[in-house]
Ligand binder design. Structure first.
Ligand code: GLC
Length: 530
C-alpha cells in the first residue's frame, strides 16, 4: 500500500454524472480529464489525491455499466481507450491515483461469453456461468432471490435450464468455482494494472462464493416484509467459504505490481458477527486489500452508535492496513438528505479526522442532496423504495444552465432544483459553504501529521450527545469533539488549546476548561504542547 500511504482521500466519480464534454447529456472520460484540476492540481483544488471511477466499460447499460459486455473496452458513450489512457497520464501528472470499478460477480447477458453459453450449451463458455436444471417438481432450482426483486433464476427456454442472476436477469452470475473464470478475471485485472490503474474497487464481493450444493436459503421469520429479498436469510446464496480464495485471485494479481490497492464492496451482514466479517476481508491480503467501512451510511446519526462502532472497528484493523470510511455512494441516499444539512457538516468533520482514508462521493463536498426524479424521467432499473436515481444526478458546477454540467437540451437525469445555491462556483466564494469546510479539512489532513492515516487514534468520550477523540503524532495532538444533538452540550477539555475548525462556523474562546458546544457542531481543537 506504499503509494497509498499518504493518500488523504478517495473521490468517487460516477462518470455519467460528473461532466459532459461531448454535449450528449451524459458525462464522459474527457469530461473527467477537464475537471481534474478541481480535484487536485491547482492551488484552490480539493486536494484529494485518488479517484475511483464507477464503470465505464462497454455495456448495454441496463444497470448503468454494472452489466459489462466487454471488460477491456470503454463504452463509446464515455469515450475511447485512448481517452482513458490520457486520463491516467493526466491524473498521474497531478499525483492522483486512479482506481476503477471491477465487476467479477456477473457479466451482461450481452457479453460474448454468455451469448455463446446460450447459443451452444455444449461449449466451454456454458461452464463460465451457473446453469442448473429445474427443481424436481419444476420451477427455479432453489429459493434464492435477486437483490433487485423476484427469483435469482431465469429460465432459458432453448435448453430448458435456468441461469443464476443475483442482480438483474441481464446480469448473469459467473461461476467462480471454475478455474478458467478465475484466470479470465485475473487477466482482466492485469490488463488494467498494466495500463497504469492504481487500484480496483471490487463490486458485490459477497456473492462470489455460494453454497456448492445450491441448497435453499433459510426463510426468515419476519412478517410483513415488503422487500422480497429480505424474506430469506442469505446463508447459502452468498458469503460461501471459498470467498477468500476467490478474492485472493485478484489480490495476487495486484501484488505483481508496485503500490496497487484493492477495496472490497463488502457490506457487513448485521445478523452475523461484525468483527469476524471485517477481519475476514482484511485477512485476504492485509497489505494489498481492505473492505470499505460503511458505518457512516448504515449506522444511525448517533454519538453512541457511531462512536461505539468506530471504536470496535479501529481495534480490528490490522497494523499493515487501514480503514476506508465511505459515508455515501451511488447506491445510497446522499449524506445531506440522510442526516440533514447541518448534521452532514458534522459528519464531514468526523469522516475527515478519523484515521484511515475517507471515500467521498462526488457532490458530497457541496452538500448536494437527493433529487426527486419524476417517474417519467426515472432511469434506475430498481424501482420504488430502493431507487438510486436521486443520488446520481449531475454534478453542480455552476449557476449556469443545467448547472454547467452539459450543453445538451436535457441531461440523462434532472439537475437539482437548488443547484444555484449548491454549486462549485457559488460555494467557492463563500467561506461558510460546505465546499469551503471540506477544503479546510482536506488541507488540514495534508498538513497535520496528527491527521495522517496512521497517526494515533484514541477515544476520549462517548455519551448520548458527544463523540470525542484525539489524534496524535510526534508533532502534537488534535482533539475532535462532535455534538450529535440539537442542543448545547458541555465538554470538559483536560488541556488548554484552541479551536481551529468548527463545522458550523462558530467561534470558541481559547480554553482550558469546560466549553459549551453548539448544536450539531463538530470542532477540531489543537491541544497546547507542554
Ligand atoms: C454493487 C453496485 C451497484 C450495482 C450492483 C450490481 O452493489 O454498487 O450499483 O447495481 O453491485 O453490480
Amino acid at each position: 500500500m506504499r503509494v497509498w500511504n499518504n493518500k488523504n482521500g478517495i473521490y468517487q466519480i460516477y462518470p455519467r454524472s460528473f461532466y459532459d464534454s461531448s454535449g450528449n447529456g451524459v458525462g464522459d472520460i474527457r469530461g473527467i480529464i477537464e475537471k481534474l484540476d478541481y480535484i487536485k492540481g491547482e492551488v484552490d483544488s480539493l486536494g484529494i489525491d485518488a479517484i475511483w471511477l464507477s464503470p465505464f466499460f462497454l455495456s448495454p447499460m441496463r444497470d448503468f455499466g454494472y452489466d459489462v459486455a466487454d471488460y477491456r473496452q470503454v463504452d463509446p458513450l464515455f469515450g475511447t481507450l485512448a481517452d482513458f489512457d490520457e486520463l491516467i497520464r493526466e491524473a498521474h501528472a497531478r499525483e492522483i491515483a486512479v482506481m476503477i470499478d471491477f465487476i467479477p460477480n456477473h457479466t451482461s447477458t450481452e457479453h460474448p461469453w454468455f451469448k455463446q453459453a446460450l447459443a451452444d450449451p455444449s461449449s466451454d463458455r456454458r461452464a463460465y456461468y451457473v446453469f442448473r436444471d429445474a427443481a424436481p417438481g419444476g420451477g427455479p432450482p432453489n429459493n434464492w432471490k435477486s437483490v433487485f426483486g423476484g427469483s435469482a433464476w431465469e429460465y432459458d427456454g432453448e435448453s430448458g435450464q435456468y441461469y443464476l442472476h443475483t442482480f438483474l436477469p441481464e446480469q448473469a452470475d459467473l461461476d467462480w468455482t471454475n478455474p478458467v473464470v478465475q484466470h479470465e478475471m485475473a487477466e482482466v485485472a492485469h490488463f488494467w494494472f498494466r495500463r497504469g490503474v492504481d487500484g480496483l474497487r471490487i463490486d458485490a464481493v459477497r456473492w462470489l462464493a455460494k453454497d456448492p450444493l445450491f441448497r435453499d436459503d433459510t426463510p426468515r421469520k419476519t412478517e410483513n416484509e415488503t422487500n422480497e429479498y429480505e424474506t430469506v436469510e442469505h446463508d447459502r446464496s452468498r458469503g460461501g467459504e471459498n470467498l477468500e480464495e476467490y478474492l485472493s485471485v485478484l489480490t495476487s494479481a495486484a501484488r505483481q505490481y508496485d503500490d496497487r490497492l484493492i477495496i472490497f464492496e463488502y457490506h457487513i451482514d448485521p445478523r452475523m458477527p461484525y468483527e469476524a466479517q471485517a477481519v475476514r476481508m482484511y485477512n485476504v491480503s492485509p497489505q494489498y486489500a481492505a473492505p470499505f467501512n460503511f458505518d457512516g451510511i448504515f449506522v444511525p446519526f448517533s454519538a453512541r452508535q457511531l462512536g461505539e462502532t468506530i471504536k470496535r472497528y479501529q481495534l480490528l484493523v490490522p497494523k499493515e492496513s487501514r480503514a476506508f470510511y465511505c459515508f455515501s455512494n451511488h447506491d445510497e441516499p446522499r449524506l445531506a438528505s440522510r442526516v440533514g444539512e447541518r448534521q452532514a457538516r458534522a459528519m464531514a468533520v468526523l469522516q475527515l479526522t478519523l484515521p484511515g482514508t475517507p471515500v467521498i462521493y462526488y457532490g458530497q463536498e457541496l452538500g448536494m442532496k437527493n433529487v426527486v426524479v419524476p417517474e417519467e424521467l426515472a432511469q434506475d432499473p430498481v424501482k420504488g423504495a430502493g431507487n438510486r436515481d436521486g443520488e446520481r444526478t449531475p454534478m453542480q458546477w455552476s449557476g449556469e444552465r443545467l448547472a454547467g454540467f452539459t450543453t445538451a437540451n436535457q441531461p440523462w437525469l434532472p439537475v437539482a432544483p437548488d443547484f444555484e445555491q449548491y454549486s462549485v462556483a457559488s460555494e467557492e466564494n463563500d467561506t461558510h459553504s460546505s465546499l469551503s469546510l471540506y477544503k479546510t479539512l482536506l488541507r488540514l489532513r495534508k498538513d497535520e501529521p496528527a491527521l495522517a492515516p496512521d497517526a494515533l487514534f484514541s477515544i476520549d468520550l462517548i455519551t448520548d450527545a458527544l463523540f470525542a477523540f484525539t489524534r496524535t503524532s510526534d508533532a502534537g495532538t488534535l482533539c475532535i469533539v462532535i455534538n450529535f444533538s440539537d442542543a448545547h452540550v458541555h465538554y470538559e477539555f483536560k488541556r488548554a488549546g484552541s479551536c481551529i475548525v468548527s463545522a458550523q462556523g462558530n467561534t470558541y474562546e481559547e480554553t482550558s476548561g469546560e466549553i459549551s458546544i453548539e448544536p450539531f457542531d463538530a470542532i477540531v481543537f489543537r491541544v497546547q504542547q507542554f
